[in-house]
Design a protein around this ligand. Structure first.
Ligand SMILES: C[S@@+](CC[C@H](N)C(=O)[O-])C[C@H]1O[C@@H](n2cnc3c(N)ncnc32)[C@H](O)[C@@H]1O
Length: 262
């Protein structure tokens, strides 16, 4: 049994340890979730996500990953679109680094039997190799501490010829989005569309394509914005739109680690 001095010492060690990048993200997005931001993000991201869903050409029976799923509103849209297929039902896995977002997503998705929410990070996606036919990630990718590692993980869990769809609202080619960088309490990556395309290509993705996806929702004159200097800036931000990155995994299978053949 541990004596009290040892316990105090261990507690100190725990509190003195600097949080990892993922722990910082977890804390910050838990705070967002507790403030109700998880559900509110649907309003801000729905228009660009619906346009992306159309491009994803989802089929009943497909297996889909929603990476950085937040409160799960997009996960539920995906789950409806893949639900019943000729060879069984499609499934959607929502992964998020914030355990509070995952709790909220689970609570809001009780009537779905084809969604599984998993608390985990893009840095080590808690899933097996070669599984997902499609991946969606909405407004999450620029937070990942190590984007290269996240891409390697995505490549690993995607099925051969699987399709990747990443929506990014904060990027160099939309200068209005750069107003957020100083307001955010966690570090973010700020890259251009061209830099992202090159990054995906360097991770062996094929058919890499970047498109801008404008947000057509009207901004009423009385709208209050905390994120932009003015309503005109917000309107310009929406007009330029989000960056959508699309890519395919080549027709290759990743070897599953950890199996020893005796
Ligand atoms: C701006 S929110 C978007 C949430 C959701 N996709 C939406 O559109 O409502 C970003 C989300 O990414 C998650 N996230 C950030 N870093 C992550 C990481 N390394 N792995 C998994 N999720 C992450 C956050 O916890 C948060 O829920």
């Amino acid at each position: 049994m541990m004596d009290s001095r040892n316990q105090a010492c261990q507690a100190n060690l725990l509190t003195d340890t600097a949080p990892t990048p993922d722990q910082k993200l977890q804390r910050e997005f838990n705070r967002w979730a507790e403030e109700g931001q998880g559900e509110k993000m649907e309003r801000h991201h729905l228009n660009i996500t619906e346009k992306t869903l159309r491009l994803m050409d989802l089929r009943p029976g497909e297996r889909v990953l929603d990476l950085g799923c937040g409160s799960g509103w997009a996960t539920r849209l995906l789950a409806r679109l893949v639900a019943e297929g000729p060879e069984g039902f499609g499934q959607v896995v929502g992964v998020d680094v914030s355990d509070e977002m995952i709790r909220q997503a689970r609570t809001a998705s009780k009537e779905f039997d084809n969604i599984l929410y998993v608390w985990g990070s893009a840095q080590q996606i808690p899933w097996e190799e070669n599984f997902f036919d499609k991946v969606l990630s909405v407004e999450s990718f620029y937070y990942y501490a190590d984007q290269e590692r996240a891409l390697a993980e995505l490549f690993r869990v995607m099925a051969p010829r699987g399709r990747l769809f990443i929506l990014i609202n904060l990027y160099k080619d939309n200068p209005y989005s750069l107003q957020w960088v100083d307001k955010l309490k966690v570090p973010v990556h700020v890259r251009s569309s061209e830099e992202y395309v090159n990054l995906l290509k360097s991770h062996a993705f094929e058919n890499v394509e970047a498109r801008s996806i404008p947000d057509d929702t009207p901004t009423p004159d009385g709208y209050q914005t905390m994120s932009f200097h003015s309503l005109d800036d917000l309107r310009s931000f929406k007009r330029i739109g989000a960056l959508l990155l699309m890519a395919s995994k080549p027709d290759v299978r990743n070897p599953a680690p950890g199996y020893t053949i005796y």
